[in-house]
Design a protein around this ligand. Structure first.
Ligand code: HEC
Length: 127
């Protein structure tokens, strides 16, 4: 009986570990992934990923706004004189419509911490 209890608590401990990673790097990666989850509904990030409602974001840093071949951008995005960087992404995500008038991306992300996590996610997963 005692050994069973011991085994059960070891199993429980293992389950807790899986839910909340102890490794800080792993925990930070999970936080970034969670922040990006809403974007992932509309955007893939890996090389050659499909365009969803929004374009694939692989290689977005250094890319001209509205320039991915094969994606039907709004006129506003095609006309935007923007090259994507940490700064231009931050401004766009804070207020897409203010940054790119006429854009079809309507979600704004007012929380600066959230934008930072999303941009870090892209730096690590979209290059
Ligand atoms: C509801 C769907 C949707 C969500 C959610 C969304 N986007 Fe978009 N995104 C779009 C669409 C549609 C476009 C194309 C806009 C246009 O052509 O005007 C776009 C365009 C972009 C572009 C410009 C890409 C290029 O090739 O110039 C970037 C960068 C971007 N989104 C990043 C993000 C990030 C980061 C998030 C999450 C914080 C996000 N988007 C959330 C739909 C979405």
């Amino acid at each position: 009986m005692r050994i069973l209890l011991l085994l059960a608590s070891v199993a429980l401990l293992g389950a807790c570990r899986a839910a909340a990673p102890q490794d800080p790097a792993q925990a930070a990666a999970l936080e970034r992934e969670r922040a990006f989850a809403i974007c992932a509904g509309c955007h893939t990030v890996h090389a050659g990923g499909i365009n969803r409602y929004g374009p694939n974001l692989h290689g977005v840093f250094g890319r001209r706004a509205g320039s991915l071949a094969g994606y039907a951008y709004s006129d506003g995005m095609r006309a935007a004189d923007i090259v994507w960087s940490e700064q231009t992404l931050d401004a766009f995500l804070r207020s897409p419509a203010a940054s790119v008038p006429g854009t079809r991306m309507y979600n704004a992300f007012p929380d600066p911490q959230r934008r930072r996590l999303v941009i870090e996610y892209l730096q690590q997963n979209a290059r």
